[in-house]
Design a protein around this ligand. Structure first.
Ligand code: GRF
Length: 218
């Protein structure tokens, strides 16, 4: 099978970036990360990239006069490096049209809630404050909306009565680290089929059993 060339965009600590690196290094995903692009020179993701021999590229939005111009340049850098799949791993910006047009159904994001509930910032806090009993995470393709693109994989966790934003985030993050690499693996194996906005996956997917919370009595 051929090696998928990935470009990662990240703004922060990069624990999802690390999970993807690890899945590639253990051979679970047949891929190569050709570049890490960040809008934040202080991002810990830069250290992770360096440690694993991935080229880090800092691109600052303030050096551009518009969002389109910024994303046109990002797209050019990705194309220069033959990137086939763009992965947003905690990239805190709305992606501009030039990138989406250059990579149709090939830009993935992870969101820490069960979309379409609680899009936007602080999905975990939104879910906890609302009082839902189940939340989770979603890997989806990126479109021009805010977390509105086609859903690839979701995984659920219980929300407990004494959860805080932090405890819920931690529980969700563990699953993020499983389903993000899984979605990339599925993409790399050419197992994604689009049916309108619906994604169908051919072949087996990691089993995240459905949850009922609170558990039903016998
Ligand atoms: C994660 O919670 C992810 O769902 C969201 O941003 C956070 C990034 O965390 N999109 P990390 O940088 O991958 O640790």
């Amino acid at each position: 099978m051929k090696t998928l060339k990935i470009g990662v965009l990240a703004s922060g600590r990069g624990s999802n970036f690390q999970a993807i690196i690890d899945s590639i290094e253990t051979g679970y995903i047949q891929a190569r990360i050709n570049v890490l692009i960040t809008d934040n020179p202080e991002a810990f993701s830069v250290e992770r990239a360096k440690k694993h021999g991935i080229e880090p590229l800092v691109m600052l939005p303030k050096n551009y006069s518009s969002r389109d111009e910024y994303f046109r340049d990002i797209t050019a850098e990705l194309k220069k490096r033959d990137v086939e799949l763009v992965v947003l791993a905690g990239f805190m910006r709305i992606v501009g049209k030039p990138l989406l047009e250059a990579y149709p159904s090939s830009v993935m994001n992870i969101h820490p809630a069960l979309l379409p509930s609680f899009p936007g910032l602080h999905g975990q806090k939104q879910a906890n404050d609302y009082g839902v009993k189940i939340s989770g995470c979603t890997v989806h393709f990126v479109d021009e909306g805010m977390d509105t693109g086609s859903i690839i994989i979701q995984a659920a966790v219980p929300v407990k009565d004494d959860d805080t934003e932090e405890t819920l985030s931690e529980r969700i993050l563990k699953l993020e680290h499983k389903i993000f690499p899984e979605a990339i693996k599925i993409f790399s194996e050419g197992r994604i089929e689009m049916h309108g906005r619906k994604v169908r996956i051919k072949g087996p997917v990691v089993d995240e059993s459905p949850l009922i919370n609170p558990p039903l009595g016998k």
